[in-house]
Design a protein around this ligand. Structure first.
Ligand SMILES: Nc1ncnc2c1ncn2[C@@H]1O[C@H](COP(=O)(O)OP(=O)(O)OP(=O)(O)O)[C@@H](O)[C@H]1O
Ligand SMILES: Cc1cn([C@H]2C[C@H](O)[C@@H](COP(=O)(O)O)O2)c(=O)[nH]c1=O
Length: 217
């Protein structure tokens, strides 16, 4: 019987370096001879990416109800699980995902104020017990992360998306919610101090990742 693959997620607020380090994590695992599927949320499938475009579109900032936002996150996730994540894990591939349900607890829970219990109902319904094996939480002060984000937006001439337009209080609440989740599940989370140089951050990530890989094999 094929051994089920492992599910690794990267989490954190805007601009902390998740997208930069998803490739690094995938590279470390590939160097161990593993099949790796790299993906992201919301998105990861054709339909999920269409939902992502709707969610991130800056235009309807005032008009998308918070419950609609929450349900769209889980709709994209249901498609992502069925079409990509579960088949990959079943064939023994390792999945590295830029954000997953901890982001929902942090953004829709911490940021938007939706009660955790309501989110947990949808989590159970959509995931049916599936949870990441390891979550790398990239954490740093919100103001410093904002500077990184600003410089990326400038360099790439990108427009702020609907979430990136939120205020400092929103991002502080997101950060607190992430840290609270990490404290509640220390066996799953590795908190990475993301405020340092990329070399330093990647050394922390490699150490956390390889410690788990050694535990699992
Ligand atoms: N350790 C680091 N030191 C300095 N700059 C960094 C570091 N890590 C990433 N960056 C830069 O910071 C910017 C934001 O990084 P990145 O896009 O990876 O963040 P992110 O967490 O994926 O952001 P978002 O949540 O908005 O997608 C990029 O310009 C990236 O090159
Ligand atoms: C999965 C998920 C994501 N979000 C938010 C967080 C970000 O602002 C965007 C995704 O953009 P990024 O460039 O990938 O950071 O979506 C959310 O609010 N809830 C979620 O469950």
């Amino acid at each position: 019987m094929t051994k089920r693959g492992r599910f690794i997620t990267l989490e954190g607020g805007e601009g902390v370096g998740k997208s930069t380090n998803v490739g690094f994590v995938a590279g470390c695992l590939k160097a161990q001879g593993l099949e790796v599927v790299r993906t992201r949320e919301p998105g990861g499938t054709e339909r999920g990416e269409a939902i992502r475009a709707l969610l991130l579109d800056p235009a309807p900032l005032e008009s998308l109800h918070v419950d609609a936002e929450l349900l769209l996150m889980f709709a994209a996730r249901a498609q992502h699980l069925a079409e990509k994540i579960l088949p990959a894990l079943a064939r023994g591939a390792w999945v590295v995902c830029d954000r997953f349900t901890d982001a929902t607890f942090a953004y829709q829970g911490g940021g938007r104020g939706i009660p955790v219990a309501r989110i947990a109902v949808l989590e159970a319904f959509v995931q049916q017990g599936l949870a990441p094996d390891l979550t790398l939480l990239l954490d740093m002060p919100e103001a410093a992360a904002k500077q990184r984000l600003e410089s990326r937006l400038r360099d790439r001439s990108e427009q702020r998306d609907r979430f990136e337009q939120e205020h400092a209080n929103f991002f502080q609440a997101v950060r607190s919610a992430y840290l609270a989740r990490a404290e509640q599940a220390p066996e799953r989370f590795a908190v990475i101090d993301a405020q340092y140089t990329l070399d330093n951050v990647q050394a922390q990530i490699r150490q956390a990742l390889m410690a788990r890989v050694a535990e699992w094999y």
